[in-house]
Write a protein that binds this ligand. Structure first.
Ligand SMILES: Nc1ncnc2c1ncn2[C@@H]1O[C@H](COP(=O)(O)OP(=O)(O)O)[C@@H](O)[C@H]1O
Ligand SMILES: [Mg+2]
Length: 271
C-alpha cells in the first residue's frame, strides 16, 4: 500500500494525493506516460471480479431466478455500461456488486476482497472507503444545502470537507448554488450535486443506476459528459446502469442483460 507506482493500489492515489490543490482531481492516470498506464491496466488486479454470480427470490412459493451465471472482470479506471430491458436484473446486479445484497450463488471480489468473507460492518466500511453511488432519484438530503450534501461523506470520515466540497461544486458548475437546498434546484442541478457528492471521497468505484432517468435529454447529456470527464480525470471506475443507448455508447464496454443472463459483452463501436 505504500507508494508502489505500478501497483494500481487505491491507497496510493487516494491518500498520497489528499490535498485540495489544483491537481486534486487528477490523482491517478494523467501524469503517467501511456506505456506505464497500459502496463498498469494490463497487469492490475481487477477492481471487480464477478464469478458465476446468481440471485433468486422466492415469490408465491416459487424460486425465481433473476440473475444467472454472471461472469466478468473490470480493470481499474474502466467504464462499463449495463443495459437491458426493464426487469432483466440490472439493478439487482448493481446491488450485488456494491455489496448491498448477498448473492445466492457465486461471488463478487472487489479489489481482491471477496464480499462473502466480509460481515455487514466490513462491507459497509468497504462501501464508505471505496464506493460512490448516483441514483435515478438523486437522493439528496432535503434539509441540507447543496454544499452540505457534498460534505456529508467527508464528515462521516471525520473530515471537514468544506474545501473539497467547494472544489467539486466548482467542477460541476454549481459553486454559486452551494447554499441552496435541493428543492431550490432543478433536477439536472440536483444530479450534478449528487455527482459532486459521489466523487467527494475520491471513490475507487462509482455505481450509477439510471442516473439520467429523470432528466430531459439535454440535461442528461450534461450529467453524462461530467461523469465521463470525472472518470477520465480521477481514474474512478464507472459502472453505469442505463436504458439510454446514447449514454451506453459513451462507455468503453457494454454488458447486455436479458432475463437475468449476460447476452453480450462488448466494447461499444468506435466513435
Ligand atoms: N426483492 C425482490 N423480491 C422479489 N423479486 C425481486 C426483488 N428485487 C427484484 N426482483 C425481481 O427481479 C427482477 C429483476 O429486477 P431488477 O434488477 O430491478 O431489474 P432492472 O433493474 O433490470 O429493471 C424483476 O423481475 C424484479 O421484479
Ligand atoms: Mg433497475
Amino acid at each position: 500500500m505504500t507508494g508502489g507506482v505500478l501497483t494500481g493500489d487505491d491507497g496510493v492515489d487516494a491518500r498520497a494525493c489528499g490535498g485540495l490543490g489544483s491537481g486534486a482531481l487528477h490523482e491517478r492516470n494523467n501524469s503517467r506516460p501511456a506505456a506505464v498506464q497500459s502496463f498498469m491496466s494490463a497487469s492490475a488486479e481487477p477492481v471487480i471480479r464477478c464469478e458465476s454470480l446468481g440471485q433468486s427470490y422466492v415469490s408465491g412459493g416459487r424460486e425465481l431466478d433473476v440473475l444467472q451465471d454472471i461472469n466478468f472482470t473490470l480493470q481499474p479506471g474502466g467504464f462499463l455500461a449495463i443495459v437491458g430491458p426493464s426487469g432483466s436484473g440490472k439493478s439487482t446486479l448493481l446491488g450485488l456488486l456494491a455489496g448491498l445484497d448477498r448473492p445466492k450463488r457465486g461471488r463478487v471480489v472487489i479489489d481482491g476482497d471477496d464480499l462473502a468473507n466480509l460481515d455487514e460492518d466490513a462491507r459497509a466500511r468497504l462501501r464508505g472507503e471505496k464506493i460512490g453511488f448516483v441514483f435515478q432519484s438523486f437522493q439528496l438530503i432535503p434539509t441540507l444545502t447543496a454544499r452540505e450534501n457534498v460534505q456529508v461523506p467527508l464528515e462521516l470520515r471525520g473530515q471537514d470537507g468544506l474545501e473539497r466540497a467547494e472544489l467539486l461544486l466548482t467542477r460541476v458548475g454549481l459553486l454559486e448554488r452551494g447554499h441552496h437546498y435541493p428543492a431550490q434546484l432543478s433536477g439536472g442541478e440536483q444530479q450534478r450535486v449528487a455527482l459532486a457528492r459521489a466523487f467527494s471521497t475520491r471513490p475507487r468505484l462509482l455505481f450509477a443506476d439510471e442516473p439520467t432517468g429523470n432528466l430531459d435529454a439535454a440535461t442528461g447529456h450534461t450529467v453524462i459528459d461530467l461523469m465521463v470527464e470525472l472518470n477520465r480525470e480521477t481514474g474512478t471506475t464507472l459502472v453505469l446502469v442505463t436504458h439510454d443507448p446514447e449514454l451506453a455508447s459513451r462507455a468503453r464496454r457494454i454488458l447486455r442483460l436479458s432475463g437475468g443472463r449476460v447476452v453480450s459483452d462488448s466494447a461499444p463501436p468506435e466513435r
